[in-house]
Design a protein around this ligand. Structure first.
Ligand SMILES: [Fe+2]
Length: 465
């Protein structure tokens, strides 16, 4: 376990244990959580806590795994209801015991994982309970009363619970999986937030029904069904997302599999592009576009006949024209998939040259979408360092870097070549640096390209997949 993770867990667990001990001594459990079935009030309070703990156990029993390594379940509903009825102490105990899972009891979760999960729920539950009481007191001071006040304060408590819990989970997953907390948070936050939006008001309603005169605790049990349906819906949303990702991976493999020389090419291009994107500190949605764009950039080769795609000899002019259509074919294929809209420009323009002599649209410089310029560098490096029918011995990393440097400003964006040289792919390899002489770029000739209809593409680029 990384040292940072063990320090974080020790701190979180210590704070959680102290918070629960102090709250239990200082803040008595609110009597609203009473079950009203026993003669004794203290038994009724214990019974009430046990009731909400039982519902939380049910909700925690079937967690849904999220793509970035965290788990999501519907236990926020009974914990927030217990918070609204019994205050911070009750919420803390319900969160501690109620979130125990079979996986923990059967030893499938390491002991430190169990402690972290529970501390990451106990602290938010207590803090949420305190926040709810503070908002309630504040609103009562202004003379406003009624269910709306109760609702607002419960929502405030649920918000604090949610924000803290999500932060703890994000930091834990980030430290465990070596991602940034922001990446984990941004990736999974929409689903967590949707869960909160659906369940926080339901939690308040459950608490209101529980104390409704003439009804009773048993009526709350009817809410287990919508909570369960929410869980099923969550699972389906996540499964559909996973299926989408897997389908894209399968499509990329289908393209690579047609040619033994390019097996694994798309995956490597994806990894290199993402690393360049990270060096360039691109936004998370741009990194994601590079992930999928990397996998799918050559999807258009599906439309290139085997006689051309697998040809060992030099391509004829017509065959080259056919081959060069693959970015357009690829863009047309994914144009029908709304979710892949950010990848469309990457796929269409990943063979544009910085000086305007690429294809299909002969864009130049900054006209070429930034992510397509990133992918072009990654694609070229991968192609140069792998065997190809026309060059059985791949270039060494040093040779490939020298080519990237040589064609920076002509074929590649020099800034992106620089970024590439800061990735692990270029680590330790000799690099002569940017050429000292200023490269003459025939700007007038490039501009002329835009004034006349472009001739049929011919001649293969110096380095391309
Ligand atoms: Fe390509």
């Amino acid at each position: 376990m990384p040292k940072s993770l063990s320090i974080y867990i020790a701190g979180l667990v210590t704070v959680g244990a102290l918070a629960l001990a102090i709250t239990s001594f200082v803040i008595p459990v609110d009597g609203h959580i009473r079950l009203n079935v026993f003669e004794s009030e203290s038994l009724d309070i214990v019974g009430g806590i046990a009731f909400w703990t039982g519902l939380t156990l049910l909700a925690s029993a079937l967690p849904v795994p999220m793509p970035r390594g965290s788990l999501i379940n519907t236990s926020i509903a009974p914990i927030v209801a217990a918070m609204a009825l019994g205050g911070p102490t009750a919420a803390g105990w319900v969160a501690l015991i109620g979130t125990s899972e079979y996986r923990e009891l059967s030893g499938r979760v390491p002991w430190y994982g169990t402690l972290t999960n529970h501390a990451g729920l106990v602290i938010p539950a207590i803090a949420g309970g305190l926040a709810r009481q503070a908002v309630l007191a504040e609103l009562a001071g202004t003379g406003i009363m009624g269910p709306a006040v109760d609702f607002a304060s419960t929502l405030a408590g649920a918000s604090v619970f949610f924000a803290l819990n999500v932060s703890f989970v994000a930091v834990t997953v980030a430290l465990r999986t070596n991602q940034s907390a922001r990446t984990v948070m941004r990736g999974d936050l929409p689903t967590f937030f949707g869960n909160w939006v659906a369940l926080a008001p339901l939690a308040w309603l459950m608490a209101r029904i529980y104390v409704l005169p003439g009804v009773g605790w048993w009526a709350t049990l009817f809410f287990t069904l919508p909570v369960y349906i929410m869980r099923v819906a969550l699972r389906q949303i996540i499964e559909v997302r996973e299926m989408f990702t897997q389908t894209i991976g399968a499509l990329a493999q289908a393209v690579d599999a047609r040619d033994t020389f390019t097996s694994g090419h798309s995956e490597n291009v994806q990894l290199i592009s993402v690393d360049i994107g990270r060096v360039m500190r691109l936004k998370d949605d741009e990194i994601q576009a590079l992930e999928w764009g990397g996998l799918l950039h050559d999807i258009g080769k599906i439309g290139v006949p085997d006689s051309v795609l697998l040809k060992q000899d030099k391509l004829t002019r017509d065959e080259r024209a056919l081959m060069n259509r693959h970015p357009v074919i690829g863009a047309n294929i994914i144009a029908h998939v709304g979710k892949l809209a950010p990848e469309l420009p990457i796929i269409r323009h990943h063979h544009e040259w910085y000086n305007g002599s690429g294809y299909p649209d002969r864009l130049m410089g900054d006209e070429i979408p930034k992510l397509a310029r990133v992918l072009h560098v990654a694609d070229a490096f991968e192609a140069m360092t792998s065997a190809r029918p026309y060059r059985m011995r791949p270039l060494s990393r040093e040779q490939a870097i020298a080519e990237l440097r040589k064609y920076a400003g002509v074929q590649f964006d020099p800034v992106i070549v620089d970024a590439f040289l800061h990735t692990v792919w270029a680590k330790g390899a000799a690099d002569g640096g940017r050429p000292t002489e200023v490269r003459p770029v025939p700007l007038l000739a490039q501009a002329a390209v835009h004034m006349v209809p472009p001739p049929a593409p011919d001649g293969s680029p110096a380095v391309a997949s």
